[in-house]
Every structure is written in structure tokens, then in C-alpha cells.
Design a protein around this ligand. Structure first.
Ligand code: DAH
Length: 335
């Protein structure tokens, strides 16, 4: 009898999982378990023996039940400890700070130039990237049949609008909005329907500049262009001025700088010429002034269109324009 109880107790203590413990419970305490077996032959016992057996059954039942509960509690404690362990969180650990980003090199140079021109009394203007044909072409003295329209392959939109091919339309918008006298620059994104290669992108950045006043001369233009280039390169760059044709300026000039990638012998960026066209400029054509709503007999001015993207390539010796829009972090992290 005692043997039966001892082995039942041992089975309870040795149960190694909650499932096993449950099985042992059915086996030991259930209707077909050890305790039932002990009460089976009660009928054959004498009155005295029956009392003794009854006591034995009661004490055994209590012993088995408390052993079982103890074992179950130990499983529950272990499960809880395991869960707490998994969910534990140290709220005192300092959070990893935000990873510092950096400005795109085009943005850096744009902001530098904005600061420079603001210090000389220029306003910084914005214009729409989706432009009207009027602002992008006609008002700039480029009528529909003008060959200059072919110089800039255009993304035309439904309804006759277009993606601006240059920032020059902001000249017209600037005069329309602010009137003369006026000093403004307009940095921004422009679009050309071109085949992409090392020096051509369908999307790039320009910075337009314009000054309108009563007696603006080529001397004023040269002064501002020299100030601009000196501030940008912070060193001597070789420049040359050639006559250049743009319908919206008269006279028009091409200001070129010695290629900073190859220094002169020629490379893909300067198209083997040793020079990079950087700063086309000129005196604003009277047609543009008139189209913008002011009288060319009273007002005149100069304008320039800086290739921001190309300038960045020069400054950092970037030999492929496609890096700039690649979003490639190996490129971006260098700035
Ligand atoms: N808009 C011209 C282009 O994208 C550049 C340009 C030339 C702008 C002469 C000017 C200028 O303001 O005077 O090719």
C-alpha cells in the first residue's frame, strides 16, 4: 500500500512538463487512480479496518494533492520567469540618436550662392516646374518657329504646358510680380528630353540671375559675374568670354572656365575641349522686357543662367552627371 503511494508521489515530483504533470493527475487522483484502488475493497474490511483505511485514504489524498499543486506551481513560476525574461526591457539605456544626414552637394552650392546674392540685395525667387509655353519660350523671344526651340528638347505636357527647360521663365515672372527696379536670382530644377550619358541628364539644376534698373551696363554684368566666380571657387580659375547667342539677351555672352577635371587637355566632361561653358549671360533683350510688361525705353538689365549641376561637377571633380541623382549612399556620404 505504502509502495503504491510512494511511487505515485515520485511520479508527481518527477513530472518534467506541465503536460506530463496533468497526465499523472488523471492517473493518480482520477477515478481509476491509486486512491480509487484503495477504496475498492472497503466492503470486505471490518469496521475498525475501514476507519483506518479511511484515514489512510484521506491523508494520502491530501499528500498527493499538495504534492501535485506544489509541482504545478513550480511549473507556473518557471513559465512566468521565462516570459519576464523574454519581455524584459531596460528603459534606462540611452536611445540611439538620429543619424546625422547631409545636404546634397547641389543644395550646398545653391545655398552658398543664395547667401552671396542676398548680401548684394538680390531676392531669391521660385518658379513653377510646369510652365506655360509663354513663359518658357514666347516671352523670352523664342517664337514657335524659332530654331532656338530645337536647342532645348522639351517635355511637352497635355494641354500645351511643358516642363520648364531652363530657369529663364522666372525672369519674366519676377518682373511681372515685383516690377522694376529688381535684383533677383532663381535656383531650380529644369528638364530636357535628352539621351542620358556622362554629361547629360533629363533633370538638372540651374540658377538664373537678373538685375533690372535704369542704366545697367556690361560693366555691371562683368562685376557681378567675377564676384560670383571668385566666391564659388575660392581660387583663381581661368575664364574666357565669347560672344554667345540666346534670344533673350542682346548682346549675349558665353563665359567659359578652364575644365577643372582635366585642366585643359580634354576629357568627357569638357567634351575634349578643355573648356566648360558655365555662365551664359548678357543684357536683357528689350523684347523680354516688353513681354514682361515694362518699358525698355526706361528700364534695362543683365541676366545670367548658371549651370548649378555642372558647377558642382567641376567643384568636386565628379566625372559622371548620373551620380548626382543616383541616390547612391556611397556617393552621398562623401558630402
Ligand atoms: N536659359 C539658358 C539655357 O538654359 C541659359 C541662359 C543664357 C540664361 C543666357 C540667361 C542668359 O539668363 O542670359 O540654356
Amino acid at each position: 500500500m505504502q509502495d503504491l503511494l510512494d511511487s505515485a508521489l515520485a511520479r508527481i515530483r518527477d513530472a518534467s512538463t506541465a503536460e506530463e504533470l496533468e497526465a499523472v493527475r488523471v492517473e493518480v487522483l482520477g477515478r481509476k487512480g491509486v486512491l480509487s484502488a484503495l477504496s475498492k475493497d472497503m466492503g470486505k474490511l471490518s469496521a475498525e479496518e475501514r476507519v483506518a483505511r479511511g484515514k489512510l485514504i484521506n491523508t494520502s489524498k491530501q499528500a498527493l494533492e499538495s504534492a501535485w499543486e506544489e509541482r504545478r506551481d513550480s511549473f507556473e513560476r518557471a513559465a512566468l520567469a521565462k516570459r519576464l525574461d523574454a519581455e524584459w526591457l531596460d528603459l534606462t539605456i540611452p536611445a540611439p540618436g538620429p543619424r546625422p544626414g547631409s545636404l546634397h552637394p547641389v543644395t550646398q552650392i545653391q545655398w552658398e550662392i543664395e547667401d552671396l546674392f542676398r548680401s548684394m540685395g538680390f531676392s531669391v525667387l521660385d518658379g513653377p516646374e510646369v510652365e506655360t509655353e509663354f513663359h518658357n519660350f514666347d516671352a523670352l523671344n523664342i517664337p514657335p518657329d524659332h530654331p532656338a526651340r530645337d536647342m532645348q528638347d522639351t517635355f511637352w505636357l497635355e494641354g500645351g504646358n511643358l516642363l520648364r527647360t531652363h530657369t529663364s521663365p522666372v525672369q519674366v515672372r519676377g518682373i511681372e510680380k515685383l516690377g522694376p527696379p529688381l535684383r533677383m536670382i532663381a535656383p531650380g530644377r529644369v528638364f530636357r528630353n535628352e539621351t542620358v550619358d556622362t554629361s547629360h541628364e533629363h533633370t538638372f539644376y540651374q540658377l538664373e540671375g537678373m538685375m533690372i534698373d535704369r542704366h545697367v551696363s556690361v560693366g555691371n554684368l562683368i562685376y557681378f559675374m567675377k564676384t560670383l566666380l571668385g566666391a564659388i571657387f575660392k581660387r583663381d580659375v581661368t575664364v574666357r568670354l565669347r560672344p554667345g547667342f540666346f534670344p533673350f539677351v542682346e548682346p549675349g555672352f558665353e563665359l567659359d572656365i578652364r575644365c577643372l577635371i582635366c585642366g585643359g587637355p580634354g576629357c568627357p566632361v569638357c567634351k575634349q575641349s578643355g573648356w566648360v561653358e558655365l555662365l551664359p549671360c548678357g543684357l536683357v533683350n528689350p523684347h523680354v522686357l516688353r513681354a514682361s510688361g515694362i518699358d525698355p525705353a526706361e528700364w534695362n538689365g543683365f541676366a545670367f543662367g548658371l549651370g548649378l549641376t555642372r558647377l558642382v561637377m567641376m567643384r568636386y571633380a565628379i566625372d559622371d552627371i548620373r551620380w548626382l541623382q543616383s541616390g547612391d549612399l556611397r556617393f552621398m556620404r562623401q558630402f
